[in-house]
Design a protein around this ligand. Structure first.
Ligand SMILES: [Zn+2]
Length: 278
């Protein structure tokens, strides 16, 4: 599932390709993937892409000051950028045709094999009606986020494990299974600890490690363990730097003892019992 570094990589790869382009048409190949909340069927035609932003795992495309396209890739959603008319394949659900100044027509195809991904077309004031988007916690890479804020936000989830609280998106935005496990390992904190039990020193260590991991993953253009690729079909390379995710039973890179596996918040969780004591 694309997490913050993967969605950020998609954003970075798309920005120079489509910023300033004019949308000619948004065509639905599959019903039920695009939610148009504006009440106007052809509202996006003729609009210029004025911004491409990310919030948590959501991608936000500004189409002028009063129209917004929001995408959530969920498990397997991908945007594929094409400079030739796309030959549509199975699981190509939405096709955006754009006109790029000086280049001519280009296409952006939303492809999603599992079909959990969603695209919304709405006015900016309607964005708060996307439940997952309005409930997001702060951006973990925001320099304004401090460790006391993180500690307090975790403390609101006092009865859940740290793993569950960090996956919830309401404490901090954008982390999923990979980056929660990696951040907790680097900070030496056990994922089964209660979210409210962290000291300020531990919250500070967690925030520093989380930021270090996420920034390194963005620099590596994300993690491609399954089918994740960016808008130009390029795989990420952070999978070569993973310390715990997908490595249960293998030796810990720090102490050499075998990594343990457990299930928390319904997700496989890998950690080192030696380096991350309870
Ligand atoms: Zn270890």
């Amino acid at each position: 599932m694309p997490e913050l570094p993967e969605v950020e990589t998609v954003r970075i790869s798309l920005e120079p390709l489509i910023l300033g382009s004019r949308i000619l048409e948004i065509r639905e190949q599959t019903a039920g993937v695009l939610y148009n909340w504006t009440g106007q069927p052809d509202v996006a035609g003729g609009r210029t892409v004025t911004g491409l932003r990310r919030r948590g795992k959501y991608l936000l495309m500004d189409l002028g000051p009063d129209l917004l396209l929001v995408a959530h890739l969920r498990m397997t959603g991908q945007f594929k950028y094409e400079e030739q008319p796309p030959v549509l394949r199975k699981h190509d659900h939405i096709v955006l045709s754009l006109e790029k100044p000086g280049t001519g027509p280009v296409w952006l195809v939303f492809h999603d094999t599992r079909r959990f991904g969603r695209i919304w077309l709405l006015r900016p004031d309607q964005a708060s009606q996307i439940a997952g988007l309005s409930a997001l916690g702060p951006e973990p890479l925001d320099p304004q986020l401090d460790s006391e804020t993180l500690r307090l936000r975790l403390a609101r989830h006092s009865r859940t494990t740290l793993k569950a609280a960090l996956l919830a998106q309401t404490v901090v935005a954008g982390l999923g299974n990979i980056y929660v496990d990696e951040s907790l390992f680097l900070s030496g904190i056990n994922p089964q600890r209660l979210a409210g039990s962290l000291s300020l020193e531990e919250a500070d260590r967690l925030l520093t490690c989380m930021q270090k991991i996420l920034q390194a993953a963005v620099n590596a253009r994300g993690t491609s363990v399954k089918d994740y690729v960016d808008a130009l079909n390029v795989r990420g390379s952070f999978q070569y730097q993973l310390q715990v995710y997908g490595r249960a039973g293998q030796p810990c890179t720090q102490c050499g003892k075998p990594l343990a596996k457990t299930r928390l918040a319904g997700r496989t969780t890998v950690y080192c019992p030696q380096c991350q004591p309870v």
